[in-house]
Design a protein around this ligand. Structure first.
Ligand SMILES: CC(C)(COP(=O)(O)OP(=O)(O)OC[C@H]1O[C@@H](n2cnc3c(N)ncnc32)[C@H](O)[C@@H]1OP(=O)(O)O)[C@@H](O)C(=O)NCCC(=O)NCCS
Length: 173
């Protein structure tokens, strides 16, 4: 198990193929489908494929990716949080998703804040941004809480709808 970081209440580690059952559950949550999108993951085989070609490929290629987010005291898997390098964005962005049962308790903010600090400290990434769909008010609030601000709408390559762009609060570019 590759541990990435610990916060007061959470542990973030590399995802691996044993996490496939959790990924099936998370990626089929209605809010994940609505706010992030349909990754076409319906069964364990799909999830293993997703893990291999998504997060695990990103660890190899970039040294970061989406990480498993667990409760520190008991190891319960609650969601994913991490950094993404997308072809459609100029900077690395922070992303997160939790199972419904674990929302509203500050876990997303705690995980995302620690992830951004880790990216700055361990990877030297000075400008970490974020994107959300315009109706994702909960995600926008998390991003504001961790020191990003809404910088406007943008249309990513290949997309048919606008996306909200968030940048570091002190960033004027
Ligand atoms: C977005 C998500 C990760 C937030 O998780 P969370 O555990 O509720 O986040 P936190 O508890 O850290 O903070 C949520 C904040 O947003 C606020 N919030 C939540 N839903 C809201 C809404 N619909 N409108 C306005 N604010 C909202 C909460 O009140 C809280 O702010 P506060 O601490 O000032 O009260 C979670 O809802 C989720 O997994 N959604 C599905 C996946 C997703 O959308 N991911 C983000 C993609 S960009």
């Amino acid at each position: 198990m590759t541990l990435i970081l610990e916060t007061e209440r959470l542990t973030l580690r590399h995802l691996n193929l044993d996490d496939a059952p959790f990924i099936v559950k998370l990626l089929n949550d209605p809010d994940f489908l609505h706010f992030i999108g349909d990754r076409g993951v319906r069964n364990l085989e799909d999830a293993e494929h997703y893990l291999q070609n998504g997060p695990m490929a990103s660890y190899r290629q970039h040294g970061f990716g989406l990480f498993m987010t667990q409760l520190r005291h008991c190891g319960t898997a609650i969601g994913i949080c991490g950094l993404l390098r997308r072809l459609t964005l100029p900077d690395v962005d922070v992303g997160f998703a939790l199972l419904p049962a674990f929302r509203g308790q500050g876990y997303a903010s705690e995980a995302a804040a620690a992830t951004v600090c880790w990216g700055r400290r361990e990877l030297g990434l000075q400008r970490i941004i974020a994107i959300t769909s315009p109706d994702n008010l909960g995600s926008a609030r998390v991003l504001e809480k961790i020191g990003l601000r809404f910088a406007g709408l943008t249309r990513l390559d290949g997309e048919s709808v606008d996306t909200c762009l968030f940048v570091p609060d002190l960033d004027t570019s």
